[in-house]
Design a protein around this ligand. Structure first.
Ligand code: HEM
Length: 424
């Protein structure tokens, strides 16, 4: 008979005839190693490059940084002035080289690269404008190019991660989106460019956009008031904003505004969207330059994920969406066959003298309760575990139920819970 146990509140689902919960084995190293050394600003990785460029972009526009942890980012942000000078100098060279091609003139060439196309569009201002105009147009081309790098890398990553995270948390939304995703012909395959396939892509985008309403990839828009303003005059939200104030516009809060959106907290992919209310890519004068490119990228990436067999969140911490600096750092997902749960009971003889060792074991187990819970959470493949003293406190049973192979289970256990078992 069990006299004492240290266990989880979760009973064994099998006791109630409930089929085992599907979770694959997933060794979770702790602490999770971050492959990107954020704090080494000289490390030549895309993440550092984009973060620093992003810093330069924001600093260029607002003369300051906006970050929740400036100390952690300091080494990267410290490079911003130099990066900005280097980018400006390099852009100036590229612009001059492009101007030398005399686009559109007799004997001139046609623009081929993105930069050349931007220069061609602004050619007359760049050639014949005042020095001030030339400077402004040059800066604008630089901002747009850097914006493209940031938009394509960071914002698209955020959009895909946020949308997938939403679907993985809302089963019926995931099923709806998967049903549509399965009908979309992937880019490059016959029929991909057919109008009906574009229709399906638009339908999938509608679902992704509705998911992003709850967690927008760019959660704030920044503005500096050019003059004294009164926002929402005559309403309960009337707010005066003095000239020069930096204003953060909360995109998600606006897109969840019950006064504006019918049943705002519900996932309704068929809700009518008025362009001006769709703030995911901004709106008005500074509306996102790469909106349609990004939509195509996001739809294709989310489609590829949703159509994987049994697409699901990875267990444990890896499967939780975590943000690094401004952008997602990890969200691990799994697909493929789902392993079956296995029960394991190990009965261990307690060392003599019993009374002394039983007391010590009970002490360890009661003191280590939270630690054991944390450890098992990190292992990620254990559904429940329970220690039970048997036969007049002469034996200790460990009853557990886990996913995947016995080898993986043991490896996880040894790596994560080895110290605790050594102590016992
Ligand atoms: C999911 C992906 C993307 C999201 C969520 C996003 C979001 C935004 C938002 C909210 C703005 C408006 C900023 C404001 O009003 O202050 C913006 C502007 C901008 N975006 Fe994107 N963007 C994305 C992808 C891209 C891509 C792929 C590119 C380039 C090809 C790009 C280039 C730009 C540029 C250059 C601007 C500045 C436009 C201006 O100020 O006139 N973005 N983006």
């Amino acid at each position: 008979m069990a006299q004492h146990y240290l266990g989880f509140t979760d009973p064994d689902p099998a006791d109630f005839g409930i089929p085992p919960l599907p979770h694959p084995p997933y060794p979770v190293p702790e602490p999770i190693e971050d492959p990107r050394p954020w704090l080494d600003p000289t490390f030549p990785c895309v993440a550092n490059w984009v973060t620093t460029l992003n810093g330069a972009f924001i600093h260029g526009a607002f003369g300051r940084h906006f970050t929740f942890d400036p100390a952690a980012l300091q080494p990267l942000l410290g490079r911003v002035p130099q990066v900005k000078r280097d980018v400006d100098a390099h852009m100036e060279k590229l612009i001059q080289a492009a101007l030398g091609k005399e686009f559109g003139k007799a004997g001139g060439t046609s623009p081929t690269t993105i930069l050349q196309k931007m220069v061609a569009a602004e050619q007359s201002a760049l050639l014949f404008g005042t020095p001030q105009q030339k400077k402004q147009v040059g800066e604008k081309i630089g901002r747009d190019l850097v914006g493209m790098v940031n938009g394509m890398v960071d914002n698209v990553t955020s959009a895909v991660s946020n949308a997938v995270d939403f679907f993985l948390s809302h089963r019926s939304a995931q099923e709806m989106a998967t049903e549509v995703a399965q009908t979309v012909i992937p880019a490059g395959r016959p029929g991909a460019d057919a109008p009906e396939n574009h229709g399906r892509r638009r339908q999938l985008w509608g679902m992704i956009r509705e998911a992003l309403r709850f967690n927008a990839p760019v959660p704030f828009l920044l503005r500096i008031a050019n003059e004294d303003l009164v926002l929402a005059p005559g309403t309960a939200r009337e707010t005066s904003v003095a000239k020069g104030t930096i204003v953060f516009l909360g995109v998600c809060s606006a897109m969840l505004d019950e006064a504006k959106w019918e049943q705002a907290p519900e996932f309704r992919p068929d809700r009518p969207w008025v362009d001006a209310d769709d703030l995911i890519f901004g709106t008005g004068w500074h509306d996102c330059f790469g909106k349609y490119i990004a939509q195509a990228q996001i739809v294709e990436m989310v489609r590829a994920l949703l159509t994987l067999q049994n697409f699901r969140r990875a267990p444990g911490r890896l499967g939780k969406l975590e943000y690094g600096t401004f952008f997602p750092k990890q969200l691990a997902a799994d697909f493929g066959p789902q392993p079956i749960q296995t029960a394991l009971t190990a009965i261990m003889e307690i060392k003599q003298p019993y009374a002394f060792h039983v007391q010590a074991l009970k002490f360890i187990l009661s003191q280590a309760y939270q630690q054991v819970v944390d450890v098992l959470d990190r292992v990620g493949t254990v559904h429940f575990a329970r220690f039970v003293f048997l036969e007049n406190d002469t034996k200790l049973a460990l009853m557990t139920s886990y996913d995947g192979s016995f080898d993986t289970y043991m490896k996880n256990y040894i790596e994560v819970a080895g110290d605790l078992f050594n102590l016992m």
